[in-house]
Design a binder for this molecule. Structure first.
Ligand SMILES: Cc1cc2nc3c(=O)[nH]c(=O)nc-3n(C[C@H](O)[C@H](O)[C@H](O)COP(=O)(O)OP(=O)(O)OC[C@H]3O[C@@H](n4cnc5c(N)ncnc54)[C@H](O)[C@@H]3O)c2cc1C
Length: 405
């Protein structure tokens, strides 16, 4: 069915994993019709298809936060979904490694958070025990997290789209939303594939969610600031340096996890991502630039307040973006045997990070209601892990707010 054929109960902007999980949860409700509008010519073209592919455990997040709740619940839902739909996945576990004394208190805090979030299998490792799990890792202590795993998120996104279509919904590609207006009893959405009418709208536009909110006449009170993450991969002959997933202790001030090693479901081991302020929202190259995106980042007071706080970290990340040697040095803290020639450049992803006017990087998921609309304004990592639970939560919020049958 094409999206212009009828008036839908709910239109969803964005064919990433969050939009499709939401569409699937809504389409499963008898009597609710759903159309997903995706700008690109394929699903999962941005964050959902350009990430580390990790099923996060729920270790990092403040107990009681949406991230903690949705990640822990969503992780198990994701394992089940992948098993049911024949999507590649593996519960392989990971280790978080402290490489010097100063990181021990942060490692202890991670363990405390993990236990508060209900992680049952956490295990503290000494240096020798660490090497039983990861023979090439160096560290003075580590945390073993057996609940962590890996998955094929584009595979999940496409499986969700099939379920939406099977339930009578529409998933339209090449349907960039360019304008949103109100009409009696609903909304008129202008897209590159024509005019779509719906009674309600859910904005899951990721890197452009703030813009879509503004198109709909809603002031999001924040801006999406894009942070690019570059990846390297281990050359085939050196993949044995890493067995599973190997992470540093993250800086508790930042929402990013630090460059790590990740075994991928398709084979191979990736290293990264760093986190560099990007001058283009969907800019995957080091020199990617969009005048509009760059101007918006520069004009937002929150960017400068954030920069004042984190300029030193930011410069380090920028250096690592252009210097392979600096990138490898960061990785060598975890695996000292790694050499420059053991890695080659792989892809990149761009994170949609909401930043408030005050310069605060929004830490938790942020989902905001407006008349006839719900806007997902911050859904960074672990939103792929948590997507099925986020989708269910948005669907029940929608059933309530939109008075769906
Ligand atoms: C480098 C990186 C590593 C990550 N690693 C992990 C990880 O290991 N585990 C994990 O759980 N999470 C991870 N994440 C986070 C995770 O990928 C995201 O949180 C998740 O994919 C967000 O999904 P989404 O659907 O909200 O956004 P997206 O996948 O970005 O989807 C938004 C969609 O909206 C579309 N769109 C935008 N504007 C319009 C418009 N006007 N009209 C129509 N469509 C529009 C876009 O084309 C896009 O397809 C990572 C993210 C990045 C960037």
């Amino acid at each position: 069915m094409t999206p212009t054929d009828r008036r839908w109960d709910v239109g969803i902007v964005g064919g990433g994993i969050v939009g499709l999980a939401t569409a699937r949860a809504l389409a499963a409700r008898p009597g609710t019709s759903v159309a997903v509008l995706e700008a690109e010519d394929r699903l999962a073209a941005h964050q959902s298809g350009r990430n580390s592919g990790v099923i996060h455990s729920g270790l990092y997040y403040r107990p009681g936060s949406l991230k903690a709740r949705y990640c822990v619940e969503g992780r198990e839902a994701m394992y089940r979904f992948c098993a049911e739909h024949g999507i590649r996945h593996e519960r392989c576990g990971k280790v978080v490694v402290a490489t010097d004394e100063r990181e021990l208190s942060a490692l202890a805090e991670l363990e405390r958070r993990g236990r508060a979030n209900g992680l049952a299998g956490l295990q503290r490792l000494g240096a020798d025990e660490l090497r039983e799990h990861e023979p090439h890792a160096a560290g003075i202590a580590a945390l073993l997290v057996p609940e962590t795993g890996i998955a094929d998120y584009p595979g999940v996104t496409n499986a969700l789209a099939k379920l939406v279509a099977a339930a009578g919904g529409a998933v339209a590609l090449g349907a960039r939303v360019t304008a949103i207006a109100r009409e009696t009893g609903g909304l008129v959405v202008e897209t590159a594939r024509g005019r779509v009418r719906c009674r309600h709208l859910i904005n899951c536009a990721g890197l452009r969610s703030d813009r879509v909110a503004r198109l709909a006449g809603v002031d999001p009170g924040l801006r999406i600031v894009p942070f690019r993450g570059d990846y390297y991969e281990l050359v085939a002959a050196r993949r044995s340096l890493v067995r599973n997933l190997l992470y540093p202790v993250p800086d508790p001030e930042l929402p990013f996890l630090g460059v790590h090693f990740t075994r991928m479901v398709a084979g191979g081991v990736e290293a990264g991502p760093n986190a560099v302020l990007a001058l283009r929202r969907e800019g995957y190259g080091r020199l990617s630039f969009s005048p509009r995106d760059a101007l918006e980042v520069a004009a937002w007071a929150g960017t400068w307040r954030m920069a004042r706080r984190f300029w030193r970290t930011g410069l380090g990340e920028l250096h690592r973006a252009f210097s392979r040697r600096a990138f490898v040095r960061a990785l060598q803290r975890l695996v000292p045997a790694l050499r420059d020639e053991d890695v080659r450049r792989a892809g990149a992803g761009v994170r949609a990070q909401a930043v408030e006017r005050s310069g605060v990087l929004v830490d938790d998921f942020r989902i905001v209601r407006a008349e006839r609309m719900i806007h997902v304004l911050n859904a960074p990592s672990p939103a792929a892990t948590a997507s099925l639970t986020i989708g269910e939560a948005i669907a029940s919020m929608a059933a309530d707010a939109f008075d769906l049958r």
